[in-house]
Design a protein around this ligand. Structure first.
Ligand code: DC
Length: 220
């Protein structure tokens, strides 16, 4: 039996991969997995339970027993709506810290692979192409300069009425890039066979179109 096709889109924080991946999924009528949300959920739950971000064993146990559901754009953690709560910079940083532990990563493998259902899946994260879906039909490494990403994040926050400082955002995301890229377990990297998409100078529409064109050329 052939498994449904997967498009893996990996890249650094605030690269716009979530926006591009969800639009590509919508165009193709595919399911969408935001794997970063899972790490953010573990981060939020561990913060609520005051678990030390260095305690790999306890975090692994916690990650295994979380009851997570994605429903109509809402993210529920043990039936509580945490859609907004997982998007803060503090939770993003904590997610990056707890994601270094192989115990946490292992606990989330099955959940992520469970999203692969017909007619297909677009998955975004750091290790979609290298670890979770190594047989993805198309592997994209979507990136932009740190400055372009900090500016995008800044605009998003300001639009939401959240005050932010561009220099702090730039520093935070450089810190996260360094941690996500240098960790031993499933580091952020350009996977074998991945096509690099530099989006600093591209609009969202142009990035989406490029991914769709690449996918068409893979399947035709
Ligand atoms: O994509 P994001 O910014 O929501 O992800 C939050 C953190 O989760 C990121 O800094 C690293 C971690 N993460 C990961 O290690 N592997 C993934 N596949 C997705 C996210």
């Amino acid at each position: 039996m052939t498994l449904p096709p997967v498009i893996a889109i990996d890249g650094p924080t605030a690269s716009g991969k979530g926006t591009v991946a969800s639009l590509v999924a919508e165009k193709l009528g595919f399911h969408y997995l935001d794997s970063g949300a899972l790490y953010r959920l573990v981060a939020l739950a561990s913060q609520k339970q005051a678990i030390d971000p260095k305690n790999a064993l306890e975090l692994g146990v916690l990650a295994k027993k979380l009851v997570i559901s994605f429903k109509n754009g809402q993210i529920l953690l043990n039936s509580e709506d945490v859609t907004e709560a997982i998007r803060t910079e503090v939770i993003g940083l904590r997610a990056s810290t707890i994601a270094v532990h192989p115990e946490v990563r292992r606990a989330l493998v099955g959940v992520q692979q469970g999203f692969r259902t017909a007619p297909g899946l677009v998955a975004d994260g750091r290790d979609m192409a290298s670890v979770i879906f190594p047989d993805a039909v198309l592997k994209v490494f979507l990136t932009a300069t740190a400055e372009a990403r900090a500016e995008r994040r800044y605009k998003q926050l300001i639009a939401k009425g959240i005050s932010a400082k561009l220099s702090d955002l730039l520093q935070d995301l450089q810190e996260r890039d360094a941690r996500d890229s240098s960790r031993g377990a499933a580091p952020l990297l350009v996977a074998d066979g991945a096509q690099v998409l530099e989006t600093s100078e591209l609009s969202v529409d142009q990035a989406v179109k490029t991914v769709l064109d690449w996918y068409q050329s893979k399947i035709s």
